[in-house]
Each structure stands twice: as C-alpha cells, then as structure tokens.
Write a protein that binds this ligand. Structure first.
Ligand SMILES: NC(=O)c1ccc[n+]([C@@H]2O[C@H](COP(=O)([O-])OP(=O)(O)OC[C@H]3O[C@@H](n4cnc5c(N)ncnc54)[C@H](O)[C@@H]3O)[C@@H](O)[C@H]2O)c1
Length: 326
C-alpha cells in the first residue's frame, strides 16, 4: 500500500530515516519540522526528489497541521521535545510541544479520518523495577515536583488522547513505545548516550558515565524501529492499541562506554559523573529497562534483531563522516 504520508519531526533522527524509507517504498511524503532539535542536513539529500516535500513549521500551528493532514492519507507523529535532558532544561515549552502538538495532530486526523501513529516512549514505565515490561504493566512515577517525570507524563497524555480518539471517534490510531533507539544521525546534544560516547571517544575526551554505570539498557537500531512502525501501520489489528518497539540485548552503560572505546580505538578513559551534577538534585534513574515485545511480534511477525555491535559501528561510521565533512 502507498499513498500520501505526513511525518511530523521528519528532519529529526528517527523521522528522517522514516522519510527515507517511505519515499523509497513509493509514498509521496511530506516532512514537517521546526528544526528545533532536527536538522536540515538529515533530509537535504531528498530535496530534489519529486516524491518529497519539506515544510518548516510547528505542530503547534493548528492551521498548518489541519492543512497538511487534510492532504494526506497516513500520519506518523514523531515531533516532540525529546528526552529527559531537554525536558529538564526547557520544561514549559517541552510540555506544550508534547501535549498540544499531539492534540492538534489527533484532532486533524480525526477530521480527515487519516490513520495516525503516535510515538511514545519506554519512559512511560517510569521507575518500575520489574520487567521485561509488557504494555499493560504499571507506571511508577515520582513526584510531580521532579521535572524528570514530566516527559513520561506528557507522553502518557498523548497515549491516552490517542486511545480515546480511537474509542470515541473511531480514529485509526496506533501508539508505539520506543526504547533507546540509536543509529546514524542521532544527536548527542540532548543527553542521548551513544552518540555522546562516540563523539567523546573520537575527540579523545573522557567518556562521561552518569552514576556508577551499572544501569542497563537495551538499544534498538533505527531501521528496525521504522520497519516495525510501518508494519504496524499496515495492519488494522494494531488500531487503538500500544506496542513496545525494542531490541533484545542488554548492556550496562559502563559496558557500552568500554565497547565504544574499543571499537573506535580511542585512548579515552571513562569518568564517572554523579547524576545531580547533570540533572540537578534528587534525580531518579531506573536500573534496568527491558521490553517484552511479544505483542509486536504477534501482530506484525517482526522482531528487532540488529545487535549492539552493529548499532555502535553505524554510529561511529556516521560521526566519522560528519567529522570529515567538517
Ligand atoms: N530516540 C529515542 O531513543 C526515543 C525513545 C523513545 C521515544 N522516542 C520518540 O521518538 C520521536 C522522535 O525522536 P528522535 O529521537 O528522532 O528525536 P529528534 O529530536 O531527532 O526528533 C524530534 C523532531 O521533532 C522536531 N520538533 C520538535 N518540536 C517541534 C514542533 N513544535 N513542531 C515541529 N517539529 C518539532 C525536532 O526539530 C526534531 O526534528 C519522539 O516522539 C520521541 O519522543 C525516541
């Protein structure tokens, strides 16, 4: 199936890979992005492609969103203030972007009856210590006074809005919860750990590990995430539902730092930085975050299989190219 697709946040890390894949699959694709954390560089190679259009604008612009959605068949809503660091640094704008922006998209999609995918996050599970997480597991969050939880909360509001639009207005909406997605084009500027480590290793600086580095994560390759999202959008069984999208390996952050040093051949060392120096007092992190992806695999037949070494290698290659390009 092809037609017209709209990707919000289409100049961002995941959005730009999605745009590449949609265009390649024959979709006439419009990317809208305000370039706040995304970059023109991520989509520049597509600008001469007749199947692609870039619109610089904000998902907070309700009229623009209404117009763009009225001209499309499917919507992938990825635009957001992303990550804990950005939310802690710019909380008001981040909450507005994540909640009002999603409301605008859902409202317009309901008017047009366009199918929509809403991008959520594993932060939804908060500091729940159990896992691997199933989609219906409990959310365990700290105080509303701790800004760290506002990212999780803003995305939870997005999810609930998508579910009720589906329930009450029959909007074909699908929600995905992404877990530490990584790959080329991800920026290290907003606290994303892998590009930050690779950048530090390539510059010969110490790799800054927050806390004791024993917290573990599973990383998912960006191309796997996109494949999963497109497969979910192609099946009506996914509508009104939420899916974990994640890889399966697990590594501690300290291990990841050591792997990056080895794979880049860098002489960098590791330096440990207390959480409160990075995020302020009383920061709470979770020690593990693993996904149960049974539901995704059952509905799509797809499993995110790319291993960590391959993911790290792709980020090193990309950042080396960026360095060479100056
Ligand atoms: N990368 C991850 O590990 C991860 C994990 C969980 C969830 N997610 C979700 O995936 C989506 C994409 O994230 P990403 O990692 O590609 O980050 P990103 O920052 O590269 O992408 C977000 C994009 O949205 C754009 N944007 C922000 N505010 C906007 C606005 N008001 N109007 C239009 N565009 C706006 C940014 O410029 C950027 O291009 C987000 O919804 C994020 O919450 C990502």
């Amino acid at each position: 199936m092809t037609g017209r697709a709209l990707v919000t946040g289409g100049a961002g890390f995941i959005g730009s890979h999605l745009v590449d894949r949609l265009v390649e699959a024959g979709w006439r694709t419009v990317a809208v992005d305000d370039l706040s954390t995304g970059s023109y560089r991520n989509i520049r190679h597509l600008l001469d492609n007749p199947k692609f259009e870039f619109v610089q604008g904000s998902v907070l612009d309700r009229d623009l969103v209404g117009r763009l959605v009225s001209e499309t068949d499917v919507v992938y809503h990825l635009a957001a203030a992303v990550g804990v660091q950005l939310i802690v640094d710019r909380p008001l704008q981040s909450m507005i972007t994540n909640i009002r922006g999603t409301e605008n998209l859902l409202e317009a999609a309901a008017t047009r009856r366009a199918k929509i995918l809403v991008c959520s996050t594993s932060e939804i599970y908060g500091k729940n210590q159990n896992g691997p997480f199933k989609e219906d597991d409990d959310r365990v969050l700290g105080s509303t006074r701790k800004l760290r939880w506002s990212y999780s909360t803003s995305k939870a509001v997005d999810e609930i809005l998508a579910f009720v639009y589906h329930r009450e207005l029959r909007l074909p909406a699908v929600v995905v919860r992404l877990f530490n997605t990584a790959g080329p084009r991800q920026s290290g500027h907003y606290g994303m750990v892998l590009p930050r480590f690779v950048g530090q290793a390539l510059r010969g600086e110490a790799l800054t590990v927050y806390g004791d580095g024993m917290q573990s994560r599973s990383f998912t390759y960006v191309a796997d995430v996109i494949e999963a999202m497109m497969k979910l959008m192609a099946t009506s069984e996914a509508e009104g539902d939420v899916f974990n999208v994640a890889g399966h390996g697990e590594t501690t952050i300290l291990n990841l730092a050591e792997m990056v040093i080895e794979m880049t051949g860098s002489s960098s060392s590791v330096s440990f930085v207390p959480y409160d120096e990075v995020y302020g007092d009383n920061f709470e992190d979770m020690s593990r975050r693993l996904a149960d992806t049974t539901k995704l695999e059952r509905v799509t037949g797809y499993r995110c299989e790319t291993g960590l070494k391959e993911i790290v290698a792709s980020v090193i290659e990309h950042l080396q190219e960026v360095q060479l390009a100056g």
